[in-house]
Design a protein around this ligand. Structure first.
Ligand SMILES: Nc1ncnc2c1ncn2[C@@H]1O[C@H](COP(=O)(O)OP(=O)(O)OP(=O)(O)O)[C@@H](O)[C@H]1O
Length: 275
């Protein structure tokens, strides 16, 4: 479902200036993506990869890199010049404009900068506020929001711009369980290509059609969630969805693998094959 994007990484190495150790090592991957979940332990290189794709690294932190990255067949730099990328940072408060008195104005900020008409701005703000449960807060000051609400505001401000690729770095870390549920339900329905780094493994398994596993700067595997979790079944560094662990304990499989979603678990328990 949704729009797809061709990504091609070839032998991408990256280190932060002044640090010898590579944060990304020989990253090579050609894939058509829609919803990608980036997983792996701390310091694996997930944020680095997102920042690299967003084209922000050298603007903020100097790095040395080699290799090539292309999106839809175009070199990343050229692609970024003509397309809109949406990056939501790990610390969402740091990306608010700081100039808006209300949540409405914060979401509208980037739209005013794009020179959109008042009516279009009103329409887009209302639409994203509704998607991310922010309608009741539109007149409030951004500073009055909780951490989870600020995360939703940062996401709303980015998606209002209708990006061609959305990059999300741990976007639900401060949300309460209900906020997180709503967010992932929205993400599942969204048709924008997305790469999301998150430790919410159950939600990623529900939403993503692909997972990329990074460990120590290296891409260990890219593939469907079920294939990934079967491959890393015994790897303690890679968290598994609850459905997978239950299926494993019960010894029941869905379509030849342990279930990775609640729906697959129900089907596996009802009429799946058993170990
Ligand atoms: N600004 C920086 N300067 C130097 N090294 C950095 C910088 N940012 C990250 N690194 C290093 O790059 C490597 C990858 O870090 P990165 O933050 O991309 O990992 P991550 O998988 O996103 O981790 P986490 O899950 O903890 O956010 C780590 O070894 C980290 O110490």
């Amino acid at each position: 479902m949704g729009n797809h994007l061709q990504v091609a990484f070839d032998q991408v190495n990256l280190n932060y200036a002044g640090f010898d150790e590579l944060a990304l090592k020989k990253l090579t991957l050609h894939s058509e993506i829609n919803k990608v979940g980036l997983i792996g332990p701390s310091h694996a290189g997930k944020s680095t990869l997102l920042y690299l794709l967003a084209g922000v690294l050298d603007q903020v932190i100097p790095t040395e890199k080699s290799g090539t990255i292309a999106l839809d067949g175009q070199d990343l730099v050229n692609w970024l010049a003509s397309k809109q990328i949406g990056l939501v940072l790990q610390d969402p408060a740091s990306q608010l404009s700081g100039m808006a008195d209300t949540v409405f104005d914060e979401i509208a900020f980037g739209l005013y900068n794009q020179g959109l008409e008042e009516a279009e701005i009103e329409k887009r703000v209302q639409a994203v506020a509704q998607k991310l449960d922010l309608e009741d807060f539109l007149d409030q000051a951004p500073t009055a929001l909780s951490g989870g609400q600020i995360q939703r505001l940062a996401i709303a401000s980015i998606i209002a711009l209708k990006p061609d690729l959305l990059l999300l770095d741990d976007p639900t870390s401060q949300m309460d369980p209900l906020g997180r549920q709503h967010f992932f339900a929205w993400l599942k329905e969204s048709d924008c290509p997305v790469i999301i780094a998150s430790s919410e493994i159950d939600d990623l398994a529900e939403v993503c059609d692909q997972l990329w596993v990074l460990e120590d700067g290296e891409l260990q595997m890219a593939g469907k969630p079920a294939d990934i979790f079967m491959k890393f079944a015994n790897d303690q560094e890679i968290a598994k969805p609850a459905a997978f662990l239950m299926g494993e304990k019960m010894g029941c499989k869905f379509d030849g693998h342990y279930p990775v979603t609640a729906d697959e678990l129900m089907k596996a328990a009802a009429y799946g094959n058993h170990d």
